[in-house]
Ligand binder design. Structure first.
Ligand code: ZN
Length: 163
């Protein structure tokens, strides 16, 4: 799925196994898998451009360093009960539970992002849905309409409390 200038790696996602599809007009684009995975499986290795700003489809590698992958991982949908975990240091994606054919790959944006390009209301349907999605180091927008039971991501850092 990656253009040739990212090099060749058999662990890169390929068109036989995944497709970026329009899920619906609320969620937008998502990545569907045509291959099943078991919990703990390495799903693939990521590539992209390394950038210093936050964009709609970027993923944070470390503060000030982001992966801009508009071919694959930039389209992962959010779920508060994700089925993938991203190791951004090694650009690897793992299954957090069994994943079936035709499932969407879903990550928790607060797993990688300190600050989101844009916060948004979530209707992922998970039992532990936070309802409003922020980065792990930011508080909700002042004008956010927070659902009852809203809570910040689990790994909310302490420095947020001083904002
Ligand atoms: Zn949710």
């Amino acid at each position: 799925m990656y253009p040739p200038h990212y090099g060749k790696n058999p662990l890169f996602p390929n068109k036989m196994d995944f497709r970026v599809v329009l899920r619906n007009h609320v969620s937008g684009m998502g990545v569907m898998t045509f291959k099943a995975f078991a919990k703990g499986d390495l799903i693939c290795v990521l590539a992209g451009d390394i950038i210093t700003d936050i964009r709609q489809h970027s993923l944070q590698i470390e503060p000030g360093v982001h992966l801009y992958d508009i071919h694959f991982s930039g389209y992962f949908l959010h779920s508060c009960d994700p089925n993938v975990y991203l190791d951004m240091k090694n650009l690897r994606v793992y299954a957090t539970r069994d994943i079936n054919v035709n499932d969407y790959l879903m990550m928790d944006y607060a797993q990688t992002e300190d600050v989101l390009f844009k916060q948004f209301p979530c209707s992922c349907g998970a039992e532990n849905c936070r309802g409003w999605i922020t980065g792990r180091k930011e508080l909700p927008y002042a004008d956010a309409v927070l659902p009852s039971g809203f809570r910040l991501p689990d790994n909310q850092f302490e420095e947020c409390q001083s904002i």
